[in-house]
Design a binder for this molecule. Structure first.
Ligand code: SAH
Ligand code: DHB
Ligand code: MG
Length: 227
């Protein structure tokens, strides 16, 4: 098994299951043309985020790490007309490209792009008191994952879902002696999910066009409901 095969299968899944999507294709082309790194979630992963948001049925979603707005579009398309996605991006250029992409997708009304370091913006969002988020997608700088997860717990309610991207990183997550801060961030977030008494979660390894990685999903519950 090879990365080429994983990519071929992702392409097949895209053609067989997901179907054509000129809007999302244009988002990726515009992001690449603007020089953004090509690290958005893959189409099958984006569709999974969309399905999680649809199944959940919530109306408020928080994303940390917008890039060009690709995952934001998958998530925002799952929202009802009165729904809202707040997405945080530190790089003003990424945020600008994302805002243009979201407008092109007709989603600029539902998506609020906040520019700034997530750890500066999250307290502001909390202070606005707009209510709990139903789903949080954490996909920014990996060393901060434990801080983002702690904020996600503060900004959610029992029944909310928290998804964390890139927690496996070629298997490096299992290496306790890794000197990669991102690996430590992901290890600590998984340990928080395991230890937090209000949370039930898992992590799933994935292969595909983005290589070998994985994501964590945590369901926020009442005190004592976790395992
Ligand atoms: N969720 C996107 C991909 C995000 S890539 C998608 O799948 O389409 C990670 C993004 O997080 C980058 O755009 C990067 O600029 C941003 N980022 C990195 N550190 C950050 C921070 N401290 N606060 C907010 N955003 C940050
Ligand atoms: C990187 C970040 C991501 O969010 C991702 O999905 C893949 C790669 C990165 O920073 O390299
Ligand atoms: Mg990611």
């Amino acid at each position: 098994m090879s990365p080429d095969l994983w990519s071929a299968v992702d392409a097949y899944i895209g053609a067989a299951v997901l179907g054509p999507d000129p809007v999302l294709d244009a988002v990726l082309s515009a992001s690449t043309a603007a020089g953004l790194p090509q690290i958005a979630v893959s189409p099958p992963q984006g569709a999974l985020l969309h399905l999680l948001a649809r199944v959940h049925g919530g109306r408020r979603v928080l994303e940390i790490g917008t890039l060009g707005g690709y995952s934001a579009i998958w998530l925002a398309r799952a929202l009802p007309a009165d729904g809202q996605l707040v997405t945080i991006e530190a790089d003003p250029r990424h945020a600008e490209v994302a805002s243009a992409n979201l407008a092109h997708a007709g989603l600029d009304v539902v998506v609020d792009v906040r520019v700034g370091q997530a750890l500066d913006v999250l307290p502001r969002i909390a202070a606005e008191g707009q209510g709990a988020f139903d789903l949080v997608f954490i996909d920014a700088d990996k060393p901060s994952n434990p801080d983002y997860f702690a904020w996600a717990l503060r900004l959610t309610r029992p029944g909310s879902l928290i998804v964390v991207d890139n927690v496996v990183r070629d298997g490096a997550v299992a290496d306790a002696s890794s000197d990669d801060e991102g690996v430590h961030g992901s290890r600590r977030v998984l340990e928080m999910i395991g230890a937090e008494p209000t949370v039930t979660g898992t992590a799933v390894q994935t292969v595909g066009v983005k290589g070998y990685d994985g994501f964590a999903i945590a369901l926020v519950g009442e005190a004592g409901s976790g395992r």
